[in-house]
Design a protein around this ligand. Structure first.
Ligand code: HPA
Length: 264
């Protein structure tokens, strides 16, 4: 049976829509991960706050490997994550949602693989379609049913943070084809694929990126925009829980078949 998890980013810190929630600290070979486990209409669902519930973990210090491994240990097969992003694309405006479908990686210091030669040898996983198309379709349907506009495509560039970007960086990233910028989707996305889990991300545009925005950027403005639009996330999340199929298989869950699969 398939199990669904949500990874909440900036502004999404609790599993509010779930009932009978219990908190668990999961011990993994990479360290601990704090999860909340609850139910939505009888389906068991896991929630993990990427930055901690008090936003205490900066993007470059998140233990991405422990988080994904812990979800795998909890028998999660599909992950929907949320991220706050700055927009480089004039069509993607603050308050709007983007269902990213590609990423560019500008991170520098993160443990981005389970296949580091030590833990489980070497593997090169295909990332032609980094985000699960089945989950993406579920999210698009959820948006349509709630009359919430979701831009169905977008290239996300992941920066190291925790600082925001310079206007020169943003100009360059735009030339490279980036639509939105954030600090957390890599390596989370690639670890989920290595662990043979379906993964998709809903990004909330909270600001225009540095140099495009007429003002300097602040974390406060990001959090305030998330707070103003949290209802869209809540509605979509509920709909995803509702329509999540616990029986369907997906090719993401066999991504490592050439390397013997991903056994715990
Ligand atoms: N840059 C990086 N990360 C972000 C931004 C941004 O402009 N907005 C929200 N998260």
């Amino acid at each position: 049976m398939n199990k669904l998890a949500f990874i909440g980013g900036t502004g999404v810190y609790d599993a509010g829509i779930l009932s009978d929630i219990r908190s668990e600290i999961i011990n993994t070979p990479f360290g601990q991960a704090a999860c909340q486990i609850g139910y939505f209409k009888g389906k068991e669902i896991v929630f993990l706050a990427r930055h901690g519930t008090g936003h205490t973990i900066p993007p470059h210090k998140i233990n991405y490997r422990a988080n994904i491994y812990a979800l795998k240990m909890l028998e999660v097969s599909s992950i929907v994550s949320t991220t706050a992003v700055g927009s480089l694309n004039p069509e993607y405006k603050p308050g709007e949602l983007v269902l990213i479908d590609q990423f560019l990686d500008m991170t520098k210091s993160r443990n981005g693989t389970f296949f580091d030669g030590e833990f489980r040898g070497v593997a090169h996983i295909d990332m032609t379609n980094p985000y699960c198309q089945t989950l993406r379709n579920v999210i698009i349907q959820a948006g349509m049913k709630n009359e919430i506009t979701i831009h169905p495509n977008g290239t996300y560039i992941c920066t190291e943070g925790p600082r925001f970007e310079t206007p020169a960086e943003i100009k360059t990233f735009r030339l490279w084809g980036a639509d939105v910028v954030g600090m957390t989707n890599v390596p989370e996305c690639q670890l989920a694929r290595e662990a043979e889990m379906c993964y998709a991300t809903i990004s909330m545009v909270t600001n225009f990126a540095a140099g495009i925005s007429p003002t300097i950027l602040t974390h406060k403005e990001v959090v305030e925009c998330m707070d103003r639009n949290i209802e869209s996330f809540r509605k979509i999340t509920m709909m995803i829980c509702e329509s999540f199929d616990t029986t369907l298989d997906c090719e993401c869950r066999h991504a490592g078949k050439d390397f013997g699969g991903f056994c715990l």
